[in-house]
Design a protein around this ligand. Structure first.
Ligand SMILES: NC(=O)c1ccc[n+]([C@@H]2O[C@H](COP(=O)([O-])OP(=O)(O)OC[C@H]3O[C@@H](n4cnc5c(N)ncnc54)[C@H](O)[C@@H]3O)[C@@H](O)[C@H]2O)c1
Length: 259
């Protein structure tokens, strides 16, 4: 018996760097997977590759009707929805608050915060019909502090924390657990390619070298934590927040030569 046999999991941004890692791992552990995303070509290819226990659902997380359709895909194809991973996210082009256009502010909050809200709203009735389940919202270490030039992203990820705690309280008696993961810097196109409207990528000006674990995170690092949090091993965990950052938030490690 694998950890996710007979379970159905919906992952938003399911074709992205971390999302596709999550999808593959849930599938390998027995789950039926619904790959939610806006990249139809990649989504269809991943669903084809995984076979009968996978579906692609075109899901723009800012669009309430595409949420209903994605939840329906899970229930009609596989009979129930047991796990939702709100993973889709976008980064703003770096700019001070004074130089941030209102349209940029709205676009980032729309995907990162409103998309998560709409996901919880759409999935909760299905999780209740399944007699319980788990939701994990992917925030960021940027949701635990301030980062100059990233106000829309930072504010949205902070807000996801409050949304998570509130949802955990509202849904706990329905046996639905809701938690947050805060990844540090993870090696995906999110950091290797410039955000829409930006000229430089985060990886161009970030190095993990000063930190306790001096490497970039890999999607698989986050996936392993996610699978634990959505499994029955985490049955008593709700409204909690998990940092996975290789020590980034600890600050620079003391170097041997300066000890
Ligand atoms: N990579 C990092 O360093 C890092 C660090 C902390 C948190 N995160 C968060 O992790 C999550 C996954 O990011 P990633 O690293 O895999 O980046 P990624 O760019 O590879 O994946 C992001 C995915 O979100 C999808 N997406 C964007 N807008 C969407 C929308 N409106 N509807 C549906 N899907 C949409 C993209 O198509 C893409 O598949 C995001 O929430 C991101 O904020 C990333």
């Amino acid at each position: 018996m694998r950890r996710f046999d007979d379970q159905t999991v919906l992952v938003t941004g399911g074709t992205g760097g971390q999302g596709s890692s999550h999808v593959r791992a849930f599938h390998a552990e027995g789950a039926n997977v619904v790959i939610g995303g806006i990249d139809e070509e990649r989504g269809a290819a991943l669903a084809d590759e995984l076979g009968t226990r996978a579906r692609f659902a075109r899901l723009d997380v800012t669009d309430e009707s595409s949420w209903s359709a994605a939840v329906l895909t899970a229930e009609s194809a596989f009979g129930a929805l047991n796990v939702l991973v709100n993973n889709a996210g976008v980064q703003n082009p770096p700019a001070t608050i004074e130089n941030t256009e209102r349209a940029t502010w709205s676009r980032i909050l729309d995907v990162n915060l409103t998309g998560t809200f709409l996901g919880i709203k759409a999935a909760a009735p299905a999780l209740r019909r399944a007699a319980g389940g788990a939701i994990v919202n992917i925030a960021s270490t940027m949701g635990l502090g301030g980062t100059a030039h990233y106000a829309p992203y930072v504010a949205g990820k902070w807000a996801v924390r409050g949304l998570t705690r509130t949802a955990a309280l509202e849904l706990g008696r329905d046996r639905i657990r809701v938690n947050t993961i805060h990844p540090g810097v993870i090696s995906t196109s999110f950091i290797h390619e410039p955000a829409a409207g930006a000229t430089a990528a985060i990886a161009d000006f970030y190095s993990p070298e000063p930190f306790a674990i001096p490497r970039l995170g890999e999607p698989a690092d986050v996936t392993r934590l996610l699978l634990f949090l959505t499994s029955s091993d985490a049955a008593f965990i709700t409204g909690s927040e998990y940092v996975i950052d290789g020590g980034l938030l600890l600050g620079p490690a003391l170097q041997a030569e300066s000890a």
